[in-house]
Write a protein that binds this ligand. Structure first.
Ligand SMILES: Cc1cc2nc3c(=O)[nH]c(=O)nc-3n(C[C@H](O)[C@H](O)[C@H](O)COP(=O)(O)OP(=O)(O)OC[C@H]3O[C@@H](n4cnc5c(N)ncnc54)[C@H](O)[C@@H]3O)c2cc1C
Length: 404
């Protein structure tokens, strides 16, 4: 039995320091510019690909850490650099996680490489689940997938909303209903290969924050994909549908588990933003003099910073615990993954707001990055399950009641 320790291994420290170096040296200096341009930062993605920070090998090596911490460490550092650029780099991971989590080995080998492209010409991927009428209620998706036996093709029709990298991605992973009567149990995920006719890039959305990350609607107009693009394959789908139709419980809540597994990573991103804002505010409070002394010598400021640091550390521990549990197949009996995302998202919003306050007027203007971090942080109580949905998951888990 290994003794309990929160010391990072040498490998983990090296990973953290390496990603931090990229975030500090390459991401931070251009973060303000890409936020203002509201464009995908392709040169930064190319730079990340060149050094091996963007690609399946990098993801696979962080995912394979048996403690579950590497993926959290890398995410926190990258998003400490900038969240908009961070999501441009990590957004592809959402689609890859879906292929990795539900696809077969052949599908993994076929579809993951085009998600990333190569270092000379990097590509991105999109995971399209949300629809105009199906946000928190993922069971309500209307996009339909119909199988055509004669040509061994699936035909996808519908509309996706808020897709990160939607329309600019090489590979889109799209969820669709194959049997609407079965609700969420009648859904499946499909790969839409590069250049497939009928997949139409919709409106690019203007956002409060994360402006360097592309978010857009995606339309699917009779999109035909080969039978092999059904993730997990036909046999597995038919078995799943048969179980659902006969009223048997789902074998394992696979989709739910995939969501739960990604939540600590998203929490780690939020902590990266929070830590950036806290560090900046701490330094500012040491240097800013009013009434003849640094403002940090006022308890009002020092105690606020003490609270921020405490909250960040508490959130990180929840994130690390959930990531360790996920990696080691521990059941989230009390919704621990949701706890980690809930806490980290709420902390990021509180910390960045307080950091603006500590800087006073300087916090409100674009001369300092704190206003950007404040804008960026807000998404963490919304996407990948809103704070309310996380509370719902936790409440159901701890109570056993169908809380609504
Ligand atoms: C920048 C950005 C990037 C995104 N990237 C992606 C992506 O890559 N892929 C993708 O598929 N989606 C993506 N999304 C969509 C995102 O996941 C959804 O916006 C989110 O799930 C919430 O759905 P909604 O916006 O429809 O809100 P709604 O579900 O309409 O919720 C509105 C409000 O009602 C509350 N609410 C809803 N139901 C309940 C309930 N039962 N109990 C209590 N409160 C409830 C919510 O918490 C929220 O406060 C992205 C969104 C944004 C803004």
């Amino acid at each position: 039995m290994a003794e309990f320790s929160l010391d990072l291994s040498e490998q983990q420290r090296d990973l953290r320091d390496w990603v931090h170096g990229f975030a500090a040296g390459t991401v931070r200096p251009v973060a303000g510019e890409w936020d203002q341009r509201e464009e995908t930062p392709w040169p930064v993605i190319a730079e990340a690909a060149k050094i091996g920070l963007y690609g399946f090998e990098f993801l696979a090596s962080t995912w394979s850490d048996p403690t579950g911490l590497s993926v959290c460490l890398a995410s926190e550092e990258l998003f400490w650099g900038d969240a908009g650029i961070g999501l441009s780099i990590m957004g592809t991971g959402l689609a890859v996680a879906a292929i990795y989590g539900t696809g077969t080995q052949e599908q993994l080998l076929e579809w993951v490489p085009p998600c990333f492209g190569d270092a000379d010409e990097p590509a991105v991927a999109a995971f399209c689940s949300t629809e105009p009428e199906a946000g928190s209620d993922v069971g309500a998706i209307r996009t339909r997938a119909v199988y055509q036996q004669a040509t061994d093709e699936w035909v996808l029709t519908g509309q996706k909303a808020f897709a990160t990298n939607g329309g600019i991605a090489a590979v889109h992973v799209v969820t669709a209903s194959v049997d609407p009567e079965l609700g969420s149990r009648g859904q499946a995920a499909f790969v839409v290969p590069p250049g497939t006719p009928g997949l139409i890039a919709g409106r690019k959305l203007r956002k409060l924050g994360l402006r360097a990350s592309h978010t857009a609607d995606v339309f699917l107009d009779q999109v035909r994909v080969p039978g092999r693009c059904l993730l997990g394959g036909r046999e597995a789908l038919d078995e799943r549908l048969a179980r659902a139709r006969s009223g048997q419980p789902a074998a394992a809540q696979a989709a739910m588990r995939t969501f739960e597994l990604s939540r600590p990573t998203v929490g780690a991103q939020a902590i990266g933003i929070a830590r950036a804002a806290y560090e900046y505010a701490l330094e500012y409070a040491n240097g800013r003099v009013q009434f003849g002394r640094p403002i940090i010598e006022n308890q009002a400021i020092a105690f606020a910073l003490a609270d921020l640091r405490t909250e960040i550390d508490a959130a990180r521990l929840l994130v690390w615990r959930a990531s360790w549990m996920g990696r080691n197949n521990r059941p989230f009996d009390a919704g621990e993954a949701s706890m980690s995302k809930l806490k980290a998202g709420e902390v990021a919003v509180r910390v960045t707001e307080k950091a603006v306050q500590v800087l006073g007027g300087a916090g409100y203007v674009t001369d300092h990055p704190v206003e950007r971090w404040y804008r960026d942080a807000k998404i963490y109580t919304i996407f990948e399950g809103t704070s309310e949905i996380q509370r719902l998951v936790i409440a159901r888990a701890i109570s056993g009641h169908p809380i609504r």
